[in-house]
Design a protein around this ligand. Structure first.
Ligand code: ADP
Length: 261
Protein backbone atom coordinates (compact mmCIF):
# COMPACT_ATOMS: atom_id res chain seq x y z
CA UNK A 1 0.00 0.00 0.00
CA UNK A 2 1.36 3.32 -1.09
CA UNK A 3 0.91 5.17 2.23
CA UNK A 4 2.83 2.59 4.31
CA UNK A 5 5.57 2.45 1.71
CA UNK A 6 5.79 6.20 1.82
CA UNK A 7 5.97 6.19 5.61
CA UNK A 8 8.66 3.53 5.47
CA UNK A 9 10.65 5.45 2.91
CA UNK A 10 10.23 8.61 4.92
CA UNK A 11 11.37 6.94 8.15
CA UNK A 12 14.39 5.49 6.39
CA UNK A 13 15.24 8.83 4.89
CA UNK A 14 14.91 10.59 8.23
CA UNK A 15 17.13 7.94 9.82
CA UNK A 16 19.72 8.28 7.07
CA UNK A 17 19.63 12.05 7.42
CA UNK A 18 20.21 11.72 11.17
CA UNK A 19 23.13 9.34 10.61
CA UNK A 20 24.73 11.64 8.05
CA UNK A 21 24.33 14.64 10.35
CA UNK A 22 25.88 12.72 13.22
CA UNK A 23 28.84 11.79 11.05
CA UNK A 24 29.18 15.37 9.88
CA UNK A 25 29.21 16.61 13.47
CA UNK A 26 31.80 14.00 14.45
CA UNK A 27 34.02 15.09 11.56
CA UNK A 28 33.63 18.75 12.53
CA UNK A 29 34.48 17.91 16.13
CA UNK A 30 37.67 16.11 15.10
CA UNK A 31 38.61 18.98 12.81
CA UNK A 32 37.95 21.50 15.58
CA UNK A 33 40.11 19.52 18.01
CA UNK A 34 42.90 19.32 15.44
CA UNK A 35 42.65 23.08 14.85
CA UNK A 36 42.75 23.80 18.56
CA UNK A 37 45.79 21.58 19.04
CA UNK A 38 47.55 23.20 16.09
CA UNK A 39 46.87 26.71 17.41
CA UNK A 40 48.01 25.67 20.88
CA UNK A 41 51.27 24.36 19.45
CA UNK A 42 51.83 27.52 17.42
CA UNK A 43 51.41 29.88 20.35
CA UNK A 44 53.67 27.66 22.42
CA UNK A 45 56.40 27.76 19.75
CA UNK A 46 56.17 31.53 19.34
CA UNK A 47 56.19 32.32 23.04
CA UNK A 48 59.82 31.42 23.78
CA UNK A 49 61.48 33.61 21.12
CA UNK A 50 58.99 36.45 21.73
CA UNK A 51 59.79 36.53 25.43
CA UNK A 52 63.51 36.40 24.61
CA UNK A 53 63.24 39.43 22.32
CA UNK A 54 61.11 41.28 24.86
CA UNK A 55 63.61 40.46 27.60
CA UNK A 56 66.51 42.06 25.72
CA UNK A 57 64.48 45.12 24.73
CA UNK A 58 63.26 45.68 28.30
CA UNK A 59 66.80 45.36 29.65
CA UNK A 60 67.95 47.94 27.10
CA UNK A 61 65.14 50.31 28.07
CA UNK A 62 66.00 49.76 31.73
CA UNK A 63 69.42 51.37 31.22
CA UNK A 64 71.58 48.83 29.41
CA UNK A 65 71.35 51.17 26.41
CA UNK A 66 73.93 53.52 28.00
CA UNK A 67 76.78 51.03 27.52
CA UNK A 68 77.79 50.87 23.88
CA UNK A 69 79.10 47.27 23.87
CA UNK A 70 76.17 45.89 25.87
CA UNK A 71 73.77 47.80 23.64
CA UNK A 72 75.18 46.16 20.53
CA UNK A 73 75.25 42.70 22.10
CA UNK A 74 71.63 42.88 23.27
CA UNK A 75 70.38 44.28 19.99
CA UNK A 76 72.14 41.44 18.18
CA UNK A 77 70.48 38.90 20.48
CA UNK A 78 67.07 40.51 19.99
CA UNK A 79 67.69 40.35 16.25
CA UNK A 80 68.54 36.63 16.53
CA UNK A 81 65.22 36.11 18.30
CA UNK A 82 63.36 37.89 15.52
CA UNK A 83 65.23 35.79 12.97
CA UNK A 84 64.06 32.66 14.79
CA UNK A 85 60.49 33.92 14.76
CA UNK A 86 60.72 34.45 11.02
CA UNK A 87 61.96 30.87 10.53
CA UNK A 88 59.11 29.50 12.65
CA UNK A 89 56.50 31.50 10.73
CA UNK A 90 58.00 30.36 7.40
CA UNK A 91 57.88 26.73 8.56
CA UNK A 92 54.28 27.16 9.74
CA UNK A 93 53.33 28.62 6.40
CA UNK A 94 54.99 25.72 4.60
CA UNK A 95 53.45 22.98 6.76
CA UNK A 96 49.97 24.54 6.44
CA UNK A 97 50.28 24.62 2.66
CA UNK A 98 51.61 21.06 2.55
CA UNK A 99 48.92 19.69 4.88
CA UNK A 100 46.04 21.35 3.05
CA UNK A 101 47.41 20.23 -0.29
CA UNK A 102 47.66 23.89 -1.27
CA UNK A 103 51.00 23.39 -2.95
CA UNK A 104 51.99 21.95 -6.27
CA UNK A 105 55.27 20.44 -7.29
CA UNK A 106 57.26 22.06 -10.05
CA UNK A 107 59.10 19.08 -11.38
CA UNK A 108 62.18 19.66 -13.51
CA UNK A 109 65.46 17.94 -14.36
CA UNK A 110 68.30 19.14 -12.16
CA UNK A 111 71.68 18.10 -10.75
CA UNK A 112 71.29 16.81 -7.19
CA UNK A 113 75.06 17.17 -6.60
CA UNK A 114 74.74 20.90 -7.19
CA UNK A 115 71.84 21.10 -4.73
CA UNK A 116 73.92 19.39 -2.04
CA UNK A 117 76.78 21.79 -2.80
CA UNK A 118 74.42 24.81 -2.47
CA UNK A 119 73.22 23.54 0.90
CA UNK A 120 76.80 23.01 2.10
CA UNK A 121 77.77 26.54 1.01
CA UNK A 122 74.80 28.01 2.90
CA UNK A 123 75.45 25.99 6.07
CA UNK A 124 79.24 26.03 6.20
CA UNK A 125 79.33 28.89 8.74
CA UNK A 126 76.79 27.18 10.99
CA UNK A 127 78.77 23.91 10.84
CA UNK A 128 82.13 25.55 11.48
CA UNK A 129 80.81 27.09 14.70
CA UNK A 130 80.60 23.53 16.04
CA UNK A 131 83.72 22.44 14.14
CA UNK A 132 81.57 20.04 12.15
CA UNK A 133 82.89 18.92 8.78
CA UNK A 134 80.43 18.74 5.89
CA UNK A 135 81.61 16.05 3.53
CA UNK A 136 80.47 14.83 0.15
CA UNK A 137 82.24 11.86 -1.37
CA UNK A 138 84.34 12.98 -4.35
CA UNK A 139 83.21 10.01 -6.40
CA UNK A 140 79.88 11.80 -6.74
CA UNK A 141 81.49 14.99 -8.03
CA UNK A 142 79.77 14.91 -11.38
CA UNK A 143 76.25 15.84 -12.36
CA UNK A 144 73.62 13.36 -11.20
CA UNK A 145 70.36 14.26 -12.90
CA UNK A 146 67.06 13.77 -11.13
CA UNK A 147 63.41 14.63 -11.76
CA UNK A 148 61.79 16.48 -8.86
CA UNK A 149 60.89 19.90 -7.49
CA UNK A 150 64.35 21.42 -7.08
CA UNK A 151 63.45 24.10 -4.53
CA UNK A 152 61.61 21.64 -2.30
CA UNK A 153 64.34 19.01 -2.50
CA UNK A 154 66.85 21.70 -1.54
CA UNK A 155 64.63 22.43 1.47
CA UNK A 156 64.67 18.71 2.37
CA UNK A 157 68.47 18.49 2.16
CA UNK A 158 68.75 21.75 4.12
CA UNK A 159 66.49 20.55 6.94
CA UNK A 160 68.37 17.25 7.22
CA UNK A 161 71.82 18.86 7.20
CA UNK A 162 70.68 21.56 9.67
CA UNK A 163 69.50 18.80 12.03
CA UNK A 164 72.77 16.89 11.65
CA UNK A 165 74.57 20.05 12.77
CA UNK A 166 72.12 20.89 15.58
CA UNK A 167 72.19 17.38 17.02
CA UNK A 168 75.79 16.66 16.02
CA UNK A 169 78.73 16.69 18.43
CA UNK A 170 81.49 19.30 18.40
CA UNK A 171 84.13 18.23 15.90
CA UNK A 172 81.84 15.70 14.24
CA UNK A 173 81.09 15.01 10.60
CA UNK A 174 78.01 15.16 8.41
CA UNK A 175 78.31 13.12 5.29
CA UNK A 176 76.03 13.19 2.28
CA UNK A 177 76.12 10.22 -0.04
CA UNK A 178 74.17 9.26 -3.14
CA UNK A 179 73.71 5.72 -4.39
CA UNK A 180 71.87 4.09 -7.24
CA UNK A 181 68.90 1.87 -6.52
CA UNK A 182 66.94 -0.30 -8.93
CA UNK A 183 64.08 1.04 -11.09
CA UNK A 184 65.61 4.41 -11.97
CA UNK A 185 65.75 5.45 -8.35
CA UNK A 186 68.55 6.75 -6.24
CA UNK A 187 68.92 7.27 -2.54
CA UNK A 188 70.35 10.35 -0.84
CA UNK A 189 71.78 9.71 2.62
CA UNK A 190 72.58 12.31 5.27
CA UNK A 191 74.67 10.68 7.98
CA UNK A 192 75.96 12.18 11.21
CA UNK A 193 77.93 10.89 14.19
CA UNK A 194 75.94 13.00 16.63
CA UNK A 195 73.84 12.24 19.67
CA UNK A 196 71.55 9.73 17.94
CA UNK A 197 67.95 8.91 18.83
CA UNK A 198 66.60 6.27 21.21
CA UNK A 199 64.51 3.56 19.54
CA UNK A 200 61.29 4.44 21.33
CA UNK A 201 61.23 7.95 19.85
CA UNK A 202 62.00 7.12 16.24
CA UNK A 203 58.38 6.41 15.27
CA UNK A 204 57.24 9.92 16.20
CA UNK A 205 60.06 12.02 14.70
CA UNK A 206 58.09 13.05 11.63
CA UNK A 207 55.05 14.33 13.55
CA UNK A 208 54.74 18.07 13.51
CA UNK A 209 55.96 19.80 16.67
CA UNK A 210 57.43 16.55 17.98
CA UNK A 211 60.79 16.80 19.72
CA UNK A 212 62.70 14.14 21.58
CA UNK A 213 64.28 16.42 24.14
CA UNK A 214 62.01 19.42 24.62
CA UNK A 215 64.49 21.53 26.56
CA UNK A 216 67.62 20.55 24.66
CA UNK A 217 66.03 20.95 21.26
CA UNK A 218 64.61 24.33 22.19
CA UNK A 219 68.01 25.76 23.06
CA UNK A 220 69.08 24.73 19.56
CA UNK A 221 66.20 26.64 18.00
CA UNK A 222 63.92 25.23 15.35
CA UNK A 223 60.18 24.80 15.23
CA UNK A 224 59.73 21.05 15.56
CA UNK A 225 58.40 21.18 12.00
CA UNK A 226 61.56 20.41 10.03
CA UNK A 227 61.05 16.67 9.67
CA UNK A 228 57.27 16.98 9.18
CA UNK A 229 58.01 19.25 6.21
CA UNK A 230 60.63 16.80 4.90
CA UNK A 231 58.18 13.90 5.07
CA UNK A 232 55.40 15.81 3.29
CA UNK A 233 57.71 16.91 0.48
CA UNK A 234 59.16 13.43 -0.09
CA UNK A 235 55.80 11.66 0.09
CA UNK A 236 54.33 14.36 -2.16
CA UNK A 237 56.86 13.15 -4.74
CA UNK A 238 55.68 9.54 -4.11
CA UNK A 239 59.14 8.81 -2.77
CA UNK A 240 60.23 7.30 0.52
CA UNK A 241 62.02 8.62 3.59
CA UNK A 242 63.92 6.44 6.06
CA UNK A 243 65.66 6.93 9.36
CA UNK A 244 68.18 4.77 11.15
CA UNK A 245 69.71 5.83 14.40
CA UNK A 246 71.64 4.55 17.34
CA UNK A 247 71.62 6.50 20.56
CA UNK A 248 75.07 7.88 21.30
CA UNK A 249 76.43 6.82 17.91
CA UNK A 250 74.65 8.81 15.22
CA UNK A 251 71.78 9.00 12.76
CA UNK A 252 71.14 8.52 9.09
CA UNK A 253 68.19 10.06 7.29
CA UNK A 254 67.74 9.00 3.68
CA UNK A 255 65.23 9.53 0.90
CA UNK A 256 64.69 8.26 -2.62
CA UNK A 257 64.46 10.26 -5.86
CA UNK A 258 63.78 9.52 -9.51
CA UNK A 259 66.89 9.73 -11.62
CA UNK A 260 67.09 10.58 -15.28
CA UNK A 261 69.63 10.86 -18.12
P1 ADP B 1 63.47 20.59 15.43
O1 ADP B 1 63.07 21.97 15.04
O2 ADP B 1 63.22 20.31 16.90
O3 ADP B 1 64.86 20.23 15.01
P2 ADP B 1 62.60 18.51 13.56
O4 ADP B 1 61.26 18.16 13.07
O5 ADP B 1 63.61 18.90 12.52
O6 ADP B 1 62.43 19.65 14.66
O7 ADP B 1 63.19 17.28 14.38
C1 ADP B 1 62.39 16.66 15.37
C2 ADP B 1 63.26 16.05 16.45
O8 ADP B 1 63.96 14.92 15.94
C3 ADP B 1 64.31 16.97 17.00
O9 ADP B 1 63.81 17.81 18.01
C4 ADP B 1 65.35 15.98 17.53
O10 ADP B 1 64.96 15.54 18.80
C5 ADP B 1 65.24 14.80 16.57
N1 ADP B 1 66.27 14.81 15.51
C6 ADP B 1 66.14 15.24 14.24
N2 ADP B 1 67.27 15.08 13.53
C7 ADP B 1 68.17 14.51 14.36
C8 ADP B 1 69.54 14.09 14.24
N3 ADP B 1 70.23 14.19 13.07
N4 ADP B 1 70.14 13.55 15.33
C9 ADP B 1 69.46 13.40 16.50
N5 ADP B 1 68.17 13.79 16.69
C10 ADP B 1 67.53 14.33 15.64
Amino acid sequence: QPITTDMETLTKEVQKFARDKKLEIETLKIREEYRREFLGNISHELKTPLFTVQGYLLTLLDGAMEDKTIRKKYLQRADKGVERLIYIVKDLDMITKLETGDIHLEVSRFDIVEVVQNVFDLLEMKASKKKITLSFDAKYAKPIWVLADQEKIQQVVTNLVVNSIKYGNEGGTTEVGIEDLVNDRLIVRVTDNGEGIKKQYIGRLFERFYRVDKSGARSEGGSGLGLAIVKHIIEGHNEKIYVESQFGVGSEFSFTLEKTE
